[in-house]
Design a protein around this ligand. Structure first.
Ligand code: HEC
Length: 101
């Protein structure tokens, strides 16, 4: 019985981890055109390559674009991308970007 409980618990944990990355991947779908499938490109030839950036660094950038406190010459482009994202979607997509190898 105890073993069964552990298996069930294990499945729940694995299940929720998958859900996070799936959400992040879903959000990232709309970033691919500019940043590349694994975030490996300079968006529009201008952005830094964000692939593998730490989650916190991506979150800071995205929230900053939303609030107008971060970015370079083309920050208006990114503002349009992140305005409709919730904080949890920003977290999810940031985790997804950090996971890209
Ligand atoms: C229309 C093209 C386009 C799309 C779509 C787009 N981006 Fe960007 N992104 C850019 C550009 C251009 C920059 C550089 C903006 C600037 O000057 O600060 C940038 C910058 C960034 C940066 C900061 C990198 C840096 O140079 O400081 C992050 C992080 C980022 N984008 C994430 C995303 C995420 C996540 C999405 C999807 C929700 C997304 N972008 C969608 C064009 C795009």
């Amino acid at each position: 019985m105890k073993i069964v409980n552990k298996i069930v618990l294990g499945l729940v944990v694995v299940g929720s981890l998958t859900a996070v990355s799936a959400n992040g991947a879903e959000v990232f779908n709309k970033c691919i055109a500019c940043h590349g499938k694994t975030a490996e490109k300079k968006a529009l030839g201008k952005s830094q390559i964000i692939k593998g950036w730490e989650t916190s660094k991506v979150v800071t950038a995205l929230k900053g674009y939303k609030e107008g406190t971060y970015g370079g010459a083309m920050k208006a482009v990114m503002k349009g991308q992140v305005m409709s994202l919730s904080d949890s979607q920003i977290e999810d997509v940031a985790k997804f970007i950090e996971m890209q190898k």
